[in-house]
Design a protein around this ligand. Structure first.
Ligand code: ADP
Length: 184
C-alpha cells in the first residue's frame, strides 16, 4: 500500500497517517517531522530549513527532494509507505512521479482531506506548535492555496485522488478512510 496524504495544515493528515500506518504496518513518512527532527539536531539541513519553517514558507525543493529520495531508498519502505506533507507543490509531485518510476514503485492513491479554513485555524491554535501562531497559520494557509492545492489537480488527472471529509471526529474520519481504501 502506497499512499499520499494531501490537505491543508491542520486537516488531520498526520493523525490519520499514523493510524493507517499502524494498521497496515508500513512507515509513516512525514516531511514535517523529518525537518523538525533535523532542526532539533541542528544538522546542516535543519539549520537551512529552520527560517522557512518558522515563517510558514515552504522549504526549498533542493533540500526537500534529496531528503525524500534518501528516505524512499531505505529498506523499511519496501512493503509500502504513507507520504504526509509531500508533495507540497507541482514540481515536487513531478519529481516524485519520476523517482517512483526509477525505483519501480507506484502510488496507489492520493487522499485529499477537506476541512473548512476556520476549523483549520481553530485546530492549529489548539495544537500550539512553534509555527502555530495566528499570523504564521494564515500564511501557511495562503501557501497551501497557492502552491499545494494545484497538486490535487495533478493527481486528479491520473484519476488517483480520493477526497475525504476531514471535518468529522478523528474516529469517524478513520472509518471513512478505511472504507475508501478498501476500494483501492
Ligand atoms: P502542517 O501540515 O501542519 O503545516 P508539517 O509538519 O507538514 O505541518 O510542515 C511544517 C513545515 O515544514 C511547513 O510549514 C514547511 O515549512 C515545511 N515542510 C514540510 N514538508 C515540506 C515540503 N514537502 N516542502 C517544503 N516544505 C515543507
Amino acid at each position: 500500500m502506497r499512499l499520499i496524504f494531501l490537505g491543508p495544515p491542520g486537516a488531520g493528515k498526520g493523525t490519520q497517517a499514523q493510524r493507517i500506518a499502524e494498521q497496515f504496518e508500513i512507515p509513516h513518512i512525514s516531511t514535517g517531522d523529518i525537518l523538525r527532527q533535523a532542526v532539533a539536531n541542528e544538522t546542516p539541513l535543519g539549520q537551512k530549513a529552520k527560517e522557512y519553517m518558522d515563517r510558514g514558507d515552504l522549504v526549498p525543493d533542493e533540500l526537500i527532494l534529496s531528503m525524500v529520495r534518501e528516505r524512499l531508498s531505505e529498506s523499511d519502505v519496501q512493503p509500502g509507505w504513507i507520504l504526509d506533507g509531500f508533495p507540497r507543490n507541482v514540481s515536487q509531485a513531478e519529481f516524485l512521479d519520476k523517482l517512483l518510476q526509477e525505483i519501480q514503485q507506484a502510488c496507489d492513491r492520493a487522499v485529499n482531506f477537506e476541512v473548512p479554513d476556520e476549523m483549520l485555524v481553530k485546530r492549529l491554535l489548539g495544537r500550539g506548535r512553534k509555527d502555530d501562531n495566528e499570523v504564521t497559520i494564515r500564511h501557511r494557509l495562503e501557501v497551501y492555496r497557492a502552491a499545494t492545492a494545484p497538486v490535487i489537480d495533478f493527481y486528479r488527472q491520473g484519476d488517483r485522488i480520493v477526497s475525504i471529509d476531514g471535518s468529522q471526529s478523528i474516529d469517524h474520519v478513520t472509518q471513512t478512510l478505511a472504507i475508501a481504501l478498501e476500494r483501492t
